[in-house]
Ligand binder design. Structure first.
Ligand SMILES: Cc1cc2nc3c(=O)[nH]c(=O)nc-3n(C[C@H](O)[C@H](O)[C@H](O)COP(=O)(O)OP(=O)(O)OC[C@H]3O[C@@H](n4cnc5c(N)ncnc54)[C@H](O)[C@@H]3O)c2cc1C
Length: 409
């Protein structure tokens, strides 16, 4: 059988891969989009039930396609996101091959040979849009947790009933951790939340959504080559935000008031005891300082913007540190029955057989241009701009990268 040849292959039919497909079609570049599941697979299969986008509907925008409903300030549920991304794929008539898992990619014949669950392909150029959050990133100290404790990642968690009855330790206080701690507490559980470095944000500021400010003040548009320490920016945890119809601020003060016990960073698990670091006050001070600096930059921008309908500047109460945060938890005492690891996600490139990963397994690229001929990445944090990994961030990146790709072809 002669091998199938295509000009360009895109791996992944999430919003990033589809945005690339749209730009390739605009330039009449022949291509296929290879997807192991269905369009918007990650939103269908890998998220918990109550999750809503934390970006408002007005920021659900893809090339030539945007949220059309009557609630621009609302937040989509998972089924609405699946419908939205699916609607985009249909509108652009994307050449998606579903249920086609890429199992190996290697350099061959002045391009790439792609092995899939449906056979082999040869392409001249390749765009990796397989997602930034394919697998949970869990610290190795998980292995020291006694087997009597259920150890669950945000990938396995669906709702509070996913966990055995009893108390829960949630490790990590980014968007995932604070949302799951809140949901578990509301279900009546005793909840401890282990907090390390985190990004605090209010849901609304001066009467507008905080992410409206991020966009309006130009912060989300900052380019990767204008950011002082882009590697650090790429590692930042997601902000403590939830997209709820009530527009609630879900910071540590709110969680503590709801009865969640805040403890320090999980430093070790030894002799069936979880040991927490004592640096909570410093962590809180740093997060408060960074939030206030961001709010100041919003205020500064607002001074120069004419006809802006916003309220007066606000400042928020500092994060309250517990009087005497506990430093250890006996995992055999029965106080908790499960640990939820909300410690982040990472991409999975086990199928990638081209030498473009660094020692830590991260894809090496310059603004999405990978160090191999006509090989590109999409959808990674701060890929070309601060907004790169978000739905509304895909359009500009896809346009830039497809322009580069077209020239390279
Ligand atoms: C919990 C969570 C909440 C988020 N909330 C928001 C939010 O509120 N707003 C926002 O804008 N962004 C949000 N994001 C970030 C971002 O939008 C998502 O991560 C988004 O799914 C990224 O889109 P993508 O197209 O890059 O990747 P994905 O949507 O993950 O798409 C990648 C696709 O590639 C496929 N794939 C992977 N490997 C292979 C393979 N080997 N072969 C074939 N196909 C493969 C996958 O099945 C998947 O369909 C959130 C992310 C997470 C994890």
């Amino acid at each position: 059988m002669p091998i199938e040849r295509v000009t360009t292959a895109v791996i992944g039919a999430g919003h990033a891969g589809l945005a690339v497909s749209c730009m390739l079609s605009e330039r009449s570049i022949e291509h296929v989009v290879l997807e192991r599941g269905e369009v918007a697979n990650s939103w269908r299969r890998e998220r918990w039930e109550s999750l809503r986008l934390l970006t408002p509907n007005s920021q659900s925008r893809l090339p030539g396609f945007r949220y059309q409903g009557d609630d621009p300030e609302g937040f989509m549920t998972m089924s609405e996101v699946v419908e939205f991304v699916g609607g985009f794929a249909a509108a652009i008539d994307a050449p998606v091959r579903t249920h086609t898992e890429v199992t190996n990619v290697r350099s061959a014949d002045d391009g790439y040979r792609i092995a899939t669950s449906q056979g082999e392909l040869q392409c001249r150029s390749l765009v990796i849009a397989s997602g930034a959050c394919n697998v949970p990133s869990v610290p190795v100290l998980r292995e020291a947790v006694p087997s009597s404790i259920a150890s669950v990642t945000a990938f396995d968690y669906r709702n509070p009933r996913s966990l055995p009855e009893g108390g829960v330790l949630v490790v990590g206080a980014s968007a995932t951790g604070v949302q799951l701690a809140d949901e578990l507490r509301r279900s009546g559980r005793r909840v401890l939340l282990s907090v390390g470095e985190h990004v605090r944000l209010p849901r609304t500021y001066r009467g507008r959504d905080v992410l409206w400010w991020m966009e309006a003040a130009g912060i989300w548009n900052q380019r990767y080559d204008e950011i002082d320490d882009v590697e650090r920016a790429r590692q930042l945890p997601s902000p403590q935000l939830v997209g709820s119809p009530q527009r609630t601020t879900l910071d540590l003060n709110a969680l503590a008031a709801a009865g969640v016990e805040i403890v320090g960073r999980l430093a070790a698990v030894r002799d069936a005891r979880a040991l927490f670091s004592g640096g909570l006050r410093n962590q809180f001070a740093l997060a408060d300082l960074k939030m206030n600096r961001l709010l100041e930059s919003f205020d500064e921008w607002a001074l120069g913007a004419s006809d802006l309908a916003v309220g007066p500047p606000e400042r928020f109460e500092p994060t309250r540190a517990p009087e005497a945060p506990r430093l250890h938890l006996d995992l055999k005492s029965g106080e908790i029955s499960s640990i939820v690891w909300a410690t982040g996600f990472k991409p999975d490139y086990r199928w990638l057989d081209v030498p473009v990963l660094d020692r830590k397994g991260r894809l090496q690229h310059d603004g999405g241009v990978v160090a191999a001929p006509r090989l590109y990445a999409m959808g990674l944090p701060v890929l070309r701009r601060r907004k790169s990994t978000f739905i509304h961030g895909a359009e500009d990146d896809a346009r830039d990268l497809v322009e580069h790709l077209a020239r390279a072809l």
